[in-house]
Structure formats: structure tokens, C-alpha cells
Write a protein that binds this ligand. Structure first.
Ligand SMILES: C[S@@+](CC[C@H](N)C(=O)[O-])C[C@H]1O[C@@H](n2cnc3c(N)ncnc32)[C@H](O)[C@@H]1O
Length: 199
């Protein structure tokens, strides 16, 4: 596996358990920031009724495509380029947009693009699933997340752990309703939003 991530390996089982609970049968899922494709490979193998579309920025695609070709199942579609900066969104809708550990990596501008763009990609009752660390009422959930935020910002001043309330507000303004905010291992959360157009 090229570009193996230990963090993605550590969190894949816990994330799968949550996604399995929420995803409808025969779901079409769009993943943003797939990285090496470890989540796509693990989760699509377990959720064989889900059609999984991995994406990432163009420079990442050769690694992602090669890993999927070698280790992926038939229900994973060929990875495509989706850059939150240029907003190259696919021309179809999805039952779920899923993104893990991307919101704190990209700038707040691109994080906003992620939420608002994803909302437009969803079917009438589609889901947006965001995995990662968040702050609540301005506070980190743990001292280690505060340290992680400093580390992120030293690497890239535009990155950093986002406020849950900011994410929630952007989602609400995009017509998404918070269905779950589940505590996950290693001081992360899984936020599940649902398109509320039909409710
Ligand atoms: C920490 S990695 C997470 C990868 C994978 N989702 C995981 O959980 O292991 C962050 C990912 O965000 C992607 N990324 C960074 N900037 C991006 C952008 N502008 N548009 C789309 N993806 C981006 C990176 O290429 C990388 O794959």
C-alpha cells in the first residue's frame, strides 16, 4: 500500500461501525480527501451494497488509483480529482458525502467549500458525514487536541481544528440538519448531517 496512514488504519473500524448504521441500502457515496484510499478499501469491502467514489486532489490520484486497483473491491469506482480549491464537483448527486480528517487540514475557506459544496451534491435526504476533531464553545475537547492544533498551525498557518458551531452554522445555512455528533476514539467526532429539503 502506497502512502499508508497509521491514523486511517486505527480509526477505520470505528468509522465503519457508524457509517454502517446510517447509510441506506445501495447508497452512492462520495468521499472527499480519500488520501491513500484506506477507508474506501476497508469500508467498501464491508458495505458491499455501497457504491464508493473516492476522490482527492490531482497530485494524489496516482497513489490512490494504484492502491484501489490493487486492494479495492468492485464496488469502488475509479478515483477522480476533486479539489476543494477549484471546486471540481461531480455532475451527479450522492446519498452520502463522507470526509475524514480533512476539515482541520484545509483552510477555513476550503472547509466552507467542503460543507456548502457537499450540501449541493446530496439527494433529498442525503447525509454529510464529517470525521475529525472539533472545538466546542471555543475549547478543545482535550489538551492533546490543543497540542495537535499548534502542530497543525506550525505546519500550515491556515489549517487548524475548527469550531463545531462554525461547521454547524454553515451546514444549517446549506439546508443540513445535525442528526448525530458522536464521540469517536482518539478525541475525534463523527458529525452526521442530513439534507432537510423534504422535512
Ligand atoms: C489527513 S489526510 C486524510 C486522508 C484520509 N481521508 C484519511 O482519513 O486517512 C487529508 C487529505 O485531505 C486532502 N486534501 C488536502 N487539500 C485538499 C483539497 N484542496 N481538496 C481536496 N482534498 C484535499 C489531502 O490530499 C489528504 O488526502
Amino acid at each position: 500500500m502506497q502512502g499508508f496512514s497509521q491514523a486511517a488504519d486505527n480509526n477505520k473500524a470505528a468509522i465503519l461501525a457508524v457509517l454502517a448504521k446510517w447509510l441506506p441500502h445501495q447508497a452512492k457515496l462520495l468521499e472527499i480527501g480519500s488520501g491513500a484510499g484506506q477507508h474506501a478499501i476497508h469500508m467498501a469491502a464491508a458495505l458491499n451494497h455501497v457504491h464508493w467514489q473516492p476522490t482527492d486532489r490531482a497530485p494524489v490520484l496516482p497513489m490512490l488509483t494504484s492502491n484501489i486497483a490493487e486492494y479495492g473491491t468492485a464496488n469502488i469506482l475509479r478515483p477522480t480529482a476533486l479539489d476543494l480549491a477549484t471546486q471540481t464537483w461531480p455532475a451527479q448527486t450522492y446519498d452520502c458525502v463522507y470526509s475524514a480528517s480533512v476539515m482541520h487540514i484545509v483552510s477555513s475557506e476550503l472547509g466552507e467549500n467542503l460543507i456548502c459544496g457537499a450540501a449541493k451534491m446530496l439527494t433529498a435526504d442525503g447525509l454529510l458525514a464529517l470525521y475529525g476533531p472539533y472545538k466546542y464553545a471555543g475549547d478543545f475537547t482535550t489538551p492533546s487536541n490543543a497540542d495537535f492544533d499548534l502542530w497543525l498551525k506550525a505546519r500550515d498557518a491556515q489549517s487548524g481544528i475548527r469550531d463545531f458551531e462554525w461547521v454547524h452554522d454553515l451546514a444549517a445555512r446549506s439546508g443540513l440538519r445535525l442528526m448525530a455528533d458522536q464521540r469517536m476514539p482518539a478525541n475525534n467526532q463523527m458529525l452526521i448531517f442530513k439534507a432537510s429539503a423534504n422535512e
